[in-house]
Design a protein. Structure first.
Length: 372
């Protein structure tokens, strides 16, 4: 199950909580101080207090734009069949978390691209609003800064390397060409590492190319961003390699065959039904074939022999949680996600093939396979 970020829930979008994390306050303070010199240049008519207030207002505007970026991700992700679990505002801007892997490259690319496109649309709108200003004023400064920052956020996020949105678009493109999501992730991850190096090198070389001295503050900031990108790209590559290893874990290789009996069948008759299948489990189904539970062998054996013909097997049944059935064709991360979402802590869940119960799956066996 996905754990929620620590922080304060300030609302809900697409059915998911919007969380403001404690790190955002640190980012707000630092960015207010960082942007203050630029505000002082753009608005010389402001005193020191006014500069800080306008700088803080710009930070709020910037994070508001980042939030809309995440809202776009969340709405499209939900429209493509994902369950959105949270939108978080963090030190690095924000992130949207949702369950389920995209089934098609086009879906993954669509979820990724809407975020940067939202920022670019905001940049255009704010720029036209700035052009409509007739006097130099605080709103004009904020509109100009908002247009510039949204254009930067949108274009930067379109760089073709993970963990950026552009990296997810590149991943989807390689996935579509090669029919392998793993190859797409590895390619986009390595390009993301190149982007990380490029950010640092650019901070060192770009000022020199313009005949200016390198700002060590800019270099340090670029190094932080580069480290974040390098780490995110590495995590994506590692996660995909782990995903590849998990694909060998499947329902078919781990399930135990089941002998199905109707509710109300006696313990004796259930024993006769399973007699020729010593390695099978007994599953009790209802009148319409829906799985009710599995028979605990020790509980069934505890029924006295003289009462076994009159005692219904239901007396030894361990109920299945409603909706806990897993498809016989599931494997890898999809299987783990399904179990995490619907097993409700059950030890054993039914396996369904074409709507009928064919086996049971011991969750502990799956956990042991993952551990191995």
């Amino acid at each position: 199950m996905t754990s929620r970020s620590k922080g304060w829930v300030v609302g809900r979008v697409a059915g998911a909580p919007v969380v403001v994390t404690p790190s955002w306050f640190l980012a707000a303070v630092v960015l207010t101080l960082v942007f203050a010199p630029t505000v002082r240049v753009r608005a010389p008519f402001l005193d020191s207090t006014g500069v800080l207030l306008v700088s803080f207002a710009f930070v709020l505007l910037l994070f508001g734009s980042v939030f809309l970026h995440e809202v776009a991700h969340a709405l499209v992700a939900r429209a493509r069949g994902h369950q959105v679990t949270e939108l978080a505002v963090t030190l690095w801007g924000g992130h949207t978390a949702y369950t389920g892997a995209s089934r098609r490259p086009a879906d993954a690319a669509l979820v990724a691209v809407v975020g940067p496109l939202t920022n670019l649309a905001l940049a255009v709108g704010l720029w036209f609003a700035f052009q409509a200003q007739t006097v130099e004023s605080v709103p004009a400064v904020l509109l100009y800064a908002g247009a510039f920052s949204n254009a930067f956020v949108g274009l930067f996020n379109l760089l073709p390397g993970l963990p950026l949105d552009g990296g997810q678009i590149l991943e989807s493109l390689v996935w579509a060409i090669t029919a392998s999501r793993a190859k797409g992730t590895v390619v986009a991850g390595w390009v993301g590492r190149l982007v990380a190096v490029g950010v640092v090198v650019g901070a060192l070389v770009w000022p020199l190319a313009q005949g200016r001295q390198t700002s060590w503050f800019d270099v340090m900031l670029a190094a932080l961003v580069g480290a974040f990108l390098w780490s995110g790209a590495g995590e994506a590559i590692t996660a995909e390699r782990r995903r590849e290893r998990l694909t060998g874990i499947s329902v078919r290789t781990l399930a135990t065959p089941a002998v199905v009996v109707r509710s109300g069948t006696s313990v004796a008759d259930a024993g006769i039904a399973v007699a020729g299948h010593p390695s099978s489990a007994i599953v009790v189904v209802g009148p319409t074939g829906d799985p009710l539970g599995w028979v605990d062998p020790s509980a069934a054996a505890a029924v006295p022999r003289e009462h076994s013909a009159t005692t219904p097997v239901d007396a030894a049944v361990v109920p299945f949680p409603p909706g806990s059935g897993v498809d016989a064709h599931l494997s890898g991360p999809d299987l783990l996600e399904r179990l995490a979402r619907s097993s409700a802590g059950a030890r054993v869940v039914p396996v369904l093939d074409g709507g009928s119960v064919t086996a049971v799956l011991d969750v502990a066996r799956v956990a042991a396979a993952v551990h191995r």
